[in-house]
Design a protein around this ligand. Sequence first.
Ligand code: ZN
Length: 146
Amino acid sequence: MGDKVRALTKKQLEALKQKLLEEKSSLMMNDELSAATNIELSKPEGGDEVEQSINDYTNSHLLRFRNREVFYGKKIEKALKKFDMEEFGLCTDCGEWIRFERLMARPTAEMCIMCKEESERDESNSFTGRQSKSLGKVVDLTGMMA
Ligand SMILES: [Zn+2]
């Protein structure tokens, strides 16, 4: 503790931005792929019941996959915007720099590890109280993280 994390260098920021852009383009590639598969699968071919249920299964699977991608895509967009505002790499909670290693592992991270751990502790403590209103949402998110 008390050890201030040094500001990210230009080079590090550049590497992180590159990483985000790469993630974004691979996400878009997947998206096109799953969109194409989706259309293919939802064509009502009047197949037998087994085939239909396999299609249903695959469709819902793809949908889940898609939701997760959309969710992640939004996080990437948000992170990229922060570059423009020169806020990238700063913890949204305490305003300190997030470690480069952490960002390389998870370029969409918004909090430093200490704040993140703290907020996770808070969440589990007050899970029923604070979050019951958006329970549906919360359940979705945990499903996506799994
Ligand atoms: Zn922090």
